[in-house]
Design a protein around this ligand. Structure first.
Ligand code: 5AD
Length: 435
């Protein structure tokens, strides 16, 4: 998924291919393939990831042709601004207009939006965020897959259920063959075009081994690979890039340096940020963000989290709730409310640059079965499905009762498509970021 629609290569602008989708042109980096005008391709995250035959492209385009425009229309209607709210909440409307014209919000303005407590003003805020999302990204919604390749972890993050705090949980590490087989199921079986490989900081598998696995994936499958193995260092990042990975998912967790240090013994925010910055410098797409609801975290910190994500050149924001895990030092801290998280996502949509995608995290979905729809209607435009073999998922126990933990992949896909169609979204990656 990210049921990419095939695009037709029209020409080139330097290293970028100019790709046409039903008359709209996007740019995508064609570094890994030898392309020519007239080729059909799938692009993802701004990269051309694979070529498709004209015959396959023709078939897919035929099924998409009408639906593509129908969905856009449903979305457009659903994201119209309420004139009543726009007239009444001048301040929010003003900031929305600034966001729409590419202007920045100050930290005080971000904080002001986070602090809105009047239910009707909140409602307007969410619908304005949805409006901004529609203006910038049309109806595209990324649907990426995540494969949790190992739950081994040497770190002691105070919130995390697969950290070394958890001495009870059985540990696993998928073999290279098991990973390739999961990728095959996702890519060949279900059409995924972008996958995240994630694990704890697993001291038992070197970066060279990880790079070897990525090389094997890239050799066999046309898929965009994001890596999420914690901190691997500059050399590690270079090796993963050379192997063909083009995205890094690494949250900074909190922008408050003191809180970071408290929650991550032996580590610092500075080091984490240096790693994220390095990854961007190397050309990786950056997926980053923070946990919301950490003990000692203030609204000011959350405002800064949003701002910091922007400074880190985030491509996709991953902002999720803290959820207490019984085997960790934070076992007794309550989770935040879903509504607070949705409001935070909406504010992020106001504050971050136009091209940024915003993910509805599995953590947020774990707070409520309605969270995915609510997030997508409040500025978010990305979801991630769990592609880990079903028997291993309960062991990837970062927090309890993860949403969709037991749902087979085919079911997750059916439910996702049905939800997206009901709100007029297309599971494609054709937003500004891809252009
Ligand atoms: N609650 C919510 N998110 C968590 N993570 C780890 N533990 C928890 C928890 N208890 C998140 C971290 C990490 C991501 C892989 O999982 O933010 O970056």
């Amino acid at each position: 998924m990210c049921y990419a629609i095939p695009g037709l290569v029209k020409g080139f602008d330097g290293k970028h291919a100019i790709v046409d989708y039903f008359g709209e042109e996007k740019k995508a980096l064609s570094e890994l393939l030898d392309l020519k005008a007239g080729d059909y391709v799938y692009a993802q995250g701004g990269f051309v990831i694979t070529r498709v035959s004209a015959e396959e492209a023709g078939k897919t385009l035929e099924t998409w042709k009408d639906l593509f425009f129908e969905l856009k229309e449903i979305d457009q209607k659903a994201s119209r601004l309420s004139p009543w709210g726009a007239a009444r909440y001048d301040h929010v409307r003003g900031l929305m207009e600034r966001a729409l014209s590419g202007g920045k919000l100050t930290q005080a303005e971000i904080l002001g939006l986070l602090n809105i407590a009047d239910p009707r003003e909140q409602e307007f805020l969410l619908s304005a965020a949805n409006h901004i999302r529609q203006e910038h990204h049309s109806n595209s919604c990324c649907v990426h897959g995540i494969i949790e390749i190992s739950n081994m972890c040497a770190e002691q993050c105070h919130y995390c259920g697969i950290s070394a705090w958890n001495t009870k949980i059985p540990r696993y590490r998928l073999s290279k063959e098991e990973i390739l087989s999961a990728v095959q199921g996702a890519v060949d079986g279900h059409g995924f075009k972008a996958l995240v490989l994630q694990s704890g900081e697993d001291a038992g598998r070197s970066v060279d081994e990880l790079a070897d696995i990525i090389r094997a994936i890239k050799k066999r499958f046309g898929v965009l690979i994001f890596v999420s193995f914690g901190e691997v260092g500059e050399e590690g990042l270079e090796k993963l890039y050379a192997a063909g990975a083009r995205g890094v998912l690494l949250r900074f967790e909190t922008s408050n340096a003191e809180l970071f240090k408290k929650l991550h013994p032996g580590s610092t925010l500075e080091r984490r940020l240096a790693e994220i910055r390095k990854a961007h410098e190397l050309g990786f797409l950056i997926v980053t963000g923070a946990l919301v609801g950490l003990p000692g975290q203030t609204q000011q910190d959350v405002a800064r989290d949003i701002e910091l994500a922007g400074e880190l050149n985030v491509e996709m924001l991953s902002l999720g709730p803290f959820l207490p895990h019984p085997a960790t030092p934070l076992a007794n801290i309550p989770a935040p409310d879903m509504a607070d998280l949705i409001q935070t996502l909406a504010v992020a949509r106001f504050a971050l640059p136009a091209q940024v995608k915003i993910l509805v995290t599995t953590g947020l979905e774990t707070l409520s079965p309605d969270a995915r729809r609510a997030g997508l209607m409040a500025g978010a435009n990305s979801v991630m499905l769990n592609v880990t073999p079903v028997d291993k998922r309960p062991l990837y126990d970062i927090y309890p009762k993860r949403a969709h933990q037991d749902d087979p992949l085919a079911e997750q896909i059916t439910a996702t498509i049905a939800l997206l169609e009901s709100i007029g979204r297309a599971p494609t990656d054709l937003s500004v970021g891809a252009g």
